[in-house]
Design a protein around this ligand. Structure first.
Ligand SMILES: [Zn+2]
Length: 282
């Protein structure tokens, strides 16, 4: 991951190297995707209603929905490779434009990029039935950024998880490297665009870990795989001090990400003992 380890490490903050005493953990006990993304996007685990990956509209309000309500729905959007995100973000109720799975862009009038992507997405097949290749998610997101200049955007890449579930280590590594390049591409795009330059904060994390058993835990996750609650977080851009890898008894939780986003976007915090506190960028 050359962008992370040669560049971000110099101007951002990287949490989760447990050998250095930096820990990031989930607070939900499910340790798979829908509960993880719900925790990240709402700031609170909800094991009683979010305990499967079924396509059930999320009863909880994400920061994206909160942004759409408090500001302008056009200025927030979500792009994801996995087709369950219409439900995680509750597109119907939230009014947040959510492009996921194999959905063609329906953001009419379509730009020429979107028309081409809609065709290519039908012509280049994905190895999976519910997850598209990350290049499509990335390019649909960029097309939306070019068109609407959103102030808050959520992008969920999915390839690494699925190649790992397949036990395909070579593709897992290639797609990890590709994800690093996609993040670099987005960052360079922002820094080359006057609307975003020096005004954009990137927050990158994962919905679950996969443990550290070298023989086979990389393939899976969940309650039965020890360490699936161990995650990581990378943050850089506006307002983030250069610290590199964080060390020294640092513990943060994935439920602190939504509170940080509320703080950065001037959204009201939600109160209650289960909500995390915003991660400090100092
Ligand atoms: Zn998985």
């Amino acid at each position: 991951m050359p962008f992370v380890w040669n560049e971000i490490v110099k101007f951002g903050q990287i949490f989760g190297n447990r050998n250095l005493g930096s820990k990031v953990n989930l607070t939900n006990k499910m340790l798979f995707s829908f509960p993880g993304y719900n925790e990240i996007l709402t700031g609170k685990a909800d094991d009683s209603s979010i305990n499967s990956n079924d396509k059930i509209p999320n009863p909880n309000e994400t920061v994206l929905e909160q942004y759409a309500k408090n500001y302008n729905p056009i200025k927030v959007a979500a792009f994801a490779s996995w087709d369950v995100f219409d439900y995680i973000i509750n597109e119907e109720r939230s009014k947040v434009y959510t492009s996921c799975g194999f959905e063609p862009s329906s953001d009419f009038p379509l730009s020429s990029d979107e028309r081409l992507l809609n065709q290519l997405q039908k012509q280049i097949s994905s190895p999976w039935g519910t997850v598209r290749l990350d290049g499509f998610t990335h390019q649909f997101a960029k097309a939306y950024i070019n068109k609407h200049k959103p102030n808050l955007i959520f992008i969920s890449y999915g390839e690494t998880d699925d190649f790992a579930h397949d036990g395909d280590y070579e593709s897992y590594l290639k797609s990890t490297k590709n994800t690093d390049a996609l993040i670099k591409d987005l960052w360079e795009f922002c820094q080359g665009n006057s609307y975003y330059k020096d005004k954009t904060t990137f927050i990158i994390t994962t919905d679950h870990g996969r443990g550290t058993n070298p023989t086979d835990s990389w393939k899976s996750h969940g309650k039965e795989v020890t360490g699936s609650d161990e995650t990581w977080l990378i943050i850089f851009g506006k307002g983030v001090k250069a610290k590199g890898e964080v060390s020294n008894n640092n513990q943060i939780y994935n439920n602190q990400i939504a509170p940080l986003i509320r703080k950065l976007m001037n959204l009201p915090q939600k109160f209650g003992s289960d909500y995390g506190k915003p991660i400090s960028l100092e």
